[in-house]
Design a protein around this ligand. Structure first.
Ligand code: F6R
Length: 607
């Protein structure tokens, strides 16, 4: 989950590295460090905490260097545990993202052979193992080291003895190369490269590369040279900046209408007969699926829960949604006839990737629904549907969730149309409503825009909260609760509203706020109102995210945040805008670090 960067041929490598690290901070912010090749050898700077702490130190002068921002896995966030890590000669430095699973054994071996290891990290062994194999060819030393490593790595190495180059390797941890004019770069994420270039090469598992100012030498897992395929990234730098908002999260909430517009752009045929999948997945695998299995983690899993309701309603296909982290270890059953859909913003989530490999081995057809173009999931699945939400920097996912839901609307419409579950008139009506969703989200930003004072008041003094919804709004309630707990540290649970009386109702007191997501036209409106009554009878206060046309709800709750009315199928879109604003303002009122919640990282590349 750490962020890594490397540069060759930069007039001021240190400043380019630090700038790149700032863009990668969402991957980890326990510590940061750089190593630059200078006239004196290798100069290393490291600092605990944010990249800004590193920036205060005087920058070493050089054109080649590597950098790292850490999300701690082995050893606490101290300077000694910060990357880059050195070998005994201090002429070689390594940054690493991933986990060396056999590091204990490797470490003992190194110590027995006289190496001095100074940190508690798994990474440091890599520097010493490469040192042992370095006889004047850095690339060969790295390639000879890799077979010793069990685990995952995005690995970058620099040496004072090979001052014009950096060497990198990838195994189950993202890494891409940036090809510039007289400059070469690499990073764990595209956002760190965009200032310099949009031309990139995605590394595959097992590949190694050597970057000098003029060229990239790429090698496959058998160390055979390979021609790098350069692709153009569809994002620009402006899209990765805050654009005047105080936080990336707030900016990204305001980008929801535009993101939705993008997910539907050119994909909403009246007849619903197109579903825009890139890759080798045949249309028959979509159309002919007997069952759909959605696998994902966190917010993406909740998008899958919402997606289940959408696809079952529109297409009549049974949909199962499972946590990728559980599925990957579950007993394997044959799943012929199953279309497995992997939902992910980053496309790099380790559990989702492993779930995909597992599902494929069980006979599922595989479709990735991802945001990051060229990510591992996108490349390994048979087909990919791109979410087109643009770069999402805030650790808490927002616009990507909405576009995942948008993707399920398109899939549901497509399957409903092609399998004859929807009539042409129904398809036309639904496509027309989908076309209005960006506007609906825009209106929700207005109707719920002034929620800040209410967010402060409603959660004031509370330590716990419930978020309730039914059917399509159950996943939405789960997502609302996750968002508030991760950014404001208020403990919140999402529940299917009917489940409360089976136990959790016992927790309710007047200090226990409850948020309900309900649309006035949903078939379960009546029972939702009864559930609200049960909650209020225990003295708990209730805030409803309700539609503008709901003339009844205010009689039953303490507060109402209005969102524009729609078919209940589409209510999750405006409602999640309101839930996100509520969470954002509650966290802001509590003085939390919204874009960088404690203990979390944007891209979870460890299991
Ligand atoms: C929460 C959040 C996480 C991610 C999860 C999966 O706001 O962002 O729960 O949804 O880590 O990440 P992706 O979608 O990249 O697979």
């Amino acid at each position: 989950m750490c962020g890594i960067i490397g540069v060759v041929g930069m007039p001021n490598a240190a400043s380019a590295l630090v700038k790149g690290l700032k863009r990668l901070e969402y991957r980890g912010y326990d510590s940061a460090g750089i190593a630059v090749v200078t006239g004196k050898g290798l100069e290393i700077q490291r600092a605990v905490g944010a990249v800004a702490n590193l920036e205060r130190q005087a920058a070493p002068l050089g054109t080649v260097g590597i950098g790292h921002t850490r999300w701690a896995t082995h050893g606490p966030p101290t300077e000694a545990n910060s990357h880059p890590h050195r070998d005994c000669s201090e002429r070689l430095a390594v940054v690493h993202n991933g986990i060396v699973e056999n590091y204990q054994e490797l470490r003992e071996g190194l110590q027995a052979r006289g190496h001095r290891l100074l940190s508690q990290t798994d990474t440091e062994v890599l520097a010493h193992l490469i040192e042992e194999r370095y006889h004047g060819d850095l690339l060969a030393a790295v390639q000879e080291t890799l077979p010793l490593i069990e685990g995952s790595y995005g690995l970058v190495v620099v040496s004072a003895d090979a001052p014009d180059r950096i060497v990198c390797a990838r195994m189950r941890s993202p890494l891409l190369l940036g090809v510039g004019q007289g400059q070469m770069l690499l990073a764990s994420d595209a956002t760190a490269l965009l200032e310099h270039t949009r031309s990139v090469v995605f590394l595959e598992d097992g590949e190694t590369a050597e970057l000098t100012q003029e060229r990239v030498r790429l090698f496959d897992a058998h160390r055979k040279p390979k021609i790098p395929v350069v692709r153009e990234l569809p994002w620009n730098l402006e899209a990765a900046e805050k654009g005047g908002f105080d936080h990336f999260m707030l900016k990204e909430i305001h980008e929801i209408p535009e993101a939705l517009h993008e997910v539907f752009r050119g994909r909403l045929g009246m007849a619903g007969d197109r579903f825009d999948v890139e890759g080798a997945l045949p249309e028959s695998a979509l159309r002919g699926a007997q069952r759909i299995l959605v696998l994902a983690c966190g917010t993406s899993y909740y998008a899958g829960m919402v997606g289940r309701s959408i696809v079952e309603q529109l297409a009549g296909v049974p949909v199962d949604v499972q946590l990728a982290s559980e599925y990957r270890y579950a007993p394997q059953t044959t799943q012929e006839g199953t279309l497995a859909i992997f939902v992910s913003q980053s496309g790099e989530t380790a559990d989702t990737l492993e779930a995909m490999r597992r599902a494929r081995a069980s006979g599922c057809r595989t479709l990735a629904m991802v945001n990051v173009v060229g990510s591992t999931l996108a490349r390994e699945a048979e087909g990919v549907f791109y979410l087109r939400a643009g770069p999402e920097i805030g650790v808490a996912s927002t616009k990507a969730f909405v576009n995942m839901v948008g993707g399920f609307y398109l899939l549901g419409l497509h399957l409903g149309a092609t399998r004859g579950h929807l009539t042409p008139d129904e398809c036309k009506r639904l496509a027309g409503e989908m076309r209005t969703l960006p506007r609906l989200a825009q209106r929700a930003l207005e109707t719920a825009g002034d929620v800040a004072p209410l967010a402060g008041e409603f959660f004031h003094g509370a330590e716990h909260a419930f978020y309730l919804g039914r059917q399509i709004n159950h996943g939405l309630a789960m997502e609302g609760a996750l968002k508030i707990k991760e950014i404001s540290y208020l403990h919140a649970e999402g529940y299917a509203a009917g489940e409360l009386k089976h136990g959790p109702l016992a927790l309710l007191t007047p200090d226990f706020p409850v948020v309900v997501a309900l649309s006035d036209k949903e078939p379960t409106y009546g029972v939702m109102v009864s559930n609200i009554g049960e909650v209020r009878a225990r003295g708990a206060k209730v805030l409803a995210i309700a539609t503008e046309t709901d003339a009844n709800v205010h009689k039953h709750v303490d507060h109402v945040v209005r969102v524009p009315a729609s078919d209940p199928l589409f209510y999750p879109v405006p409602a999640c805008v309101a839930l996100y604003l509520l969470a954002y303002h509650a966290a802001r009122g509590r003085g939390c670090n919204i874009d960088r919640p404690r203990n979390l990282a944007k891209s979870v590349t460890v299991e």
